[in-house]
Design a protein around this ligand. Structure first.
Ligand code: BES
Ligand code: MN
Ligand code: ZN
Length: 499
């Protein structure tokens, strides 16, 4: 989508449709009031007569509006003013976009930046418009013979009442649009079936990203993994004919002396459970077990589009977890890249295996911080459901940074404990540690396992098992929003210490 900003009287805006927020029982926003004045009180009358119910998410199209320069008017219900939170603002925007995309128009204007959201600023609101608009364009019909009609809407003008806010709105919508595109890339990769999106396919995607900008990409194949001693990634890949890959993407936005921030994604392109085979019901959803990797690729794309002055390294540990003749078995003991030996008590706890080698690999970059992102445990789905990302960290300051980034991006995480008391659940009779910690606190013991490989730097683990996809409806692209924000905040941190 193309975006522009207009500070003139909204009644002068020319477009196929103009979109206005309506609050239940509340006053009209400043821009809406101007439109109301210009249109012989059309909007006010529709509300007074009860023709439009401003319940959150309701929309009503008015096919023509006297006194306005637009062909149509779209009213969008935002519910009561005192209940209007960031989350409800986003829902209203989603409703607006879905109604707009059904219209046979190529441009629209939207007057949403002057809604009163308490503390949230105009830049944030503009950003949400950019993000939600670009997300709304995404369709996944690659495998349907009959494709859905692509939306005709190409251009969205953001109407701004206060000219002093124009530059903040411009910057906000640009950032939001780049985040929306990154989210869509993550959704696309997540939605692709396991027979298309293999470890090698993920490597190709990284290589393709490297073609566009200042991103250098290295792909480690099995031979390279053997040479470096990445025994855990290799172990997971052994049951499959699709070979594993360790994918490394280096973005340089700051000087060599700036320690990089590393993002590591779990890229299990299909998780059968291996010899500890999963039950059949809903196993198809395990094609989404690479959504951590997808979020790293999506974030790298957003980073390339926005070029923040910070060094970022994206790493993807990709493998397919299959039960083959050469597959790892319960009881097998492997040696990881870090040198620690692991007794594999359940081959379905494979995510932590591929990640532990990537975490050890990250040490060589002397990182300022490392975040791993993984659809790691069913236990996290039980604990937090579909809304909050499970956050675990060995550094409380870093945990706060992640929480804050999640709040800003509206891609929220919840801090979970990583106390020493849980660590002994990973004791093994035969090796340095086991790869599972029993039934209790499954999301925490999975994080405890990873923590053993992340002792050399500030580290956070995001368990996205509950939030990465919605049943059969597809991948959400989370947490590209949080990760992009985390990177932008680190850029701001570098800029403020340089002053
Ligand atoms: N990819 C799964 C986790 C998962 C399951 C995510 C369901 C989303 C929905 C992971 O590899 C896995 O199988 N974890 C096991 C760990 C167990 C064997 C300790 C789990 O959660 O059951
Ligand atoms: Mn598994
Ligand atoms: Zn898995």
């Amino acid at each position: 989508m193309e975006f522009s900003v207009l500070t003139a009287n909204p009644a002068k805006a020319e477009a196929g449709c103009i979109v206005v927020p309506i609050l239940k029982g509340g006053e009209l926003t400043p821009a809406t009031a101007k439109l109301d004045d210009a249109s012989e009180r059309l909007i006010g009358q529709l509300i007074e007569r009860g023709d439009f119910n401003a319940e959150l998410g309701n929309t009503q199209l008015v096919p023509f509006a006297p006194g306005l320069n637009t062909d149509r008017l779209l009213l969008v219900g935002c519910g009561e003013q005192d209940k209007l939170t960031e989350s409800r603002f986003r829902s209203a925007l989603e409703a607006a976009m879905s109604a707009l995309l059904k219209l046979p128009i190529d441009d629209a204007a939207i007057a949403f930046t002057d809604t009163d959201l308490g503390t949230s600023e105009v830049n944030w609101k503009a950003r949400m418009i950019g993000e939600v608009a670009n997300k709304a364009l995404y369709r996944f019909d690659d495998f349907k013979t009959t494709k859905s009609e692509p939306p005709s809407l190409k251009h969205l003008t953001l109407l701004v009442s206060d000219p002093g806010e124009a530059s903040a709105v411009e910057a906000g919508v640009k950032l939001g649009a780049a985040i929306g595109d990154g989210i869509n890339l993550a959704r696309q990769l997540g939605n692709l079936p396991g027979n298309v999106c293999t470890p090698r396919y993920l490597a190709e995607q990284a290589t393709a990203l490297g073609q566009h900008g200042n991103l250098s990409v290295t792909i480690h194949d099995e031979k390279a993994l053997e040479e470096m001693g990445a025994g855990a990634i290799l172990a997971v890949g052994k049951g499959s004919v699709e070979p594993p890959r360790l994918i490394v993407m280096e973005y340089k936005g700051a000087g060599d002396d700036e320690a990089p921030h590393v993002l590591i994604g779990k890229g299990i392109t299909f998780d059968t459970g291996g010899i500890s085979l999963k039950p059949g019901a809903d196993m198809d959803e395990m094609k989404f077990d690479m959504c951590g990797a997808a979020s790293v690729l999506g974030t790298m794309q957003t980073v390339l589009a926005t070029q923040p002055k910070v060094n970022v390294i994206g790493i993807i540990a990709a493998a397919e977890n299959m039960p083959g003749g050469r597959a790892i078995k319960p009881g097998d003991i492997i040696t990881t890249l870090k040198g620690l030996t692991v007794e594999i008590l359940n081959t379905d706890a494979e995510g932590r295996l591929v990640l532990c080698d990537a975490l050890a690999y990250a040490e060589r970059f002397k990182p300022a911080s490392v975040v791993d992102i993984a659809t790691l445990t069913g236990a996290c789905v039980v604990a937090l459901g579909a809304h909050a990302i499970g956050l675990f960290s060995n550094d409380d300051d870093m945990a706060l940074d992640i929480l804050e980034a999640g709040e800003t991006a509206w891609d929220r995480a919840w801090h979970m404990p990583l106390w020493d008391e849980y660590q002994k659940q990973l004791d093994s009779h035969y090796a340095d540690l086991a790869n599972i910690g029993g039934r209790a606190a499954g999301a925490i013991t999975a994080a405890c396992y990873l923590s053993r490989f992340a002792e050399q730097y500030p580290w956070a683990h995001l368990d996205i098992a509950g939030v990465a996809w919605v049943g059969k409806k597809g991948a959400t692209g989370r947490p590209v929003g949080l990760l992009s924000q985390y990177i932008f905040d680190r850029e701001a941190e570098i800029a403020s210490t340089a002053e």
